[in-house]
Ligand binder design. Structure first.
Ligand SMILES: [Zn+2]
Ligand SMILES: [Zn+2]
Length: 180
């Protein structure tokens, strides 16, 4: 959804309140949500305000995605989201244009727009991309797949582990062997 800066009223524009919840871009077109295999916005909020050609975008999103567990490969539903604040300058004032914008506020994303309008999907695309999980695990205690027999160790106990790694009894045996 493209919003022209000229359409944004003085008091700001609550995008989804004015355009309706159905205008929330549920699926972000062209996005590769890796390591997630699927990702959709379950909720979103965005208020745009303009101040002498510069646009403030304040909002939040909630997203839901799916990915295989890094350890056991079982599908995991991942939920994430955040509140954000972006400051967008017309591209003509960007590098190579006018002077650089000096803003040192924390948690503020600074970017550029084409000078005419804002592509709402791009704003969310960028925010979701920043929050994509690096690691996915079905649970903290996931025991993963046995590298020897391929058994899912969350569901079945295979005997490879006991045979492969030295247990406390092997250590004792070794100690005895050294003494003798
Ligand atoms: Zn797992
Ligand atoms: Zn095994």
């Amino acid at each position: 959804m493209y919003i022209r800066v000229s359409e944004i009223p003085g008091g700001g524009l609550d995008v989804f309140a004015s355009r309706g919840q159905t205008s929330i871009p549920r699926i972000l077109e062209g996005m590769d949500p890796a390591p997630l295999t699927k990702c959709r916005l379950t909720d979103a909020d965005l208020v745009l305000t303009v101040e002498s050609g510069e646009v403030w975008a304040e909002g939040s999103f909630a997203a839901e995605g799916e990915a295989p567990c890094d350890r056991c490969s079982e599908p995991v539903v991942v939920r994430f989201g955040k509140a954000f604040r972006s400051f967008l300058s017309p591209a003509s004032r960007g590098p190579g244009g006018g002077g650089p914008v000096e803003l040192h506020e924390e948690d503020l994303d600074v970017g550029y727009y084409d000078g005419t309008g804002i592509e709402v999907d791009d704003i969310f695309w960028e925010q979701v991309a920043l929050e994509l999980p690096v690691k996915v695990a079905c649970s903290e205690g996931c025991r993963g797949i046995c590298p020897k027999c391929g058994a899912n160790r969350n569901r079945e106990a295979c005997s490879c582990e006991a045979a492969g790694t030295p247990g406390p009894f092997d250590v004792l045996k070794n100690l005895k062997g050294k003494k003798e």
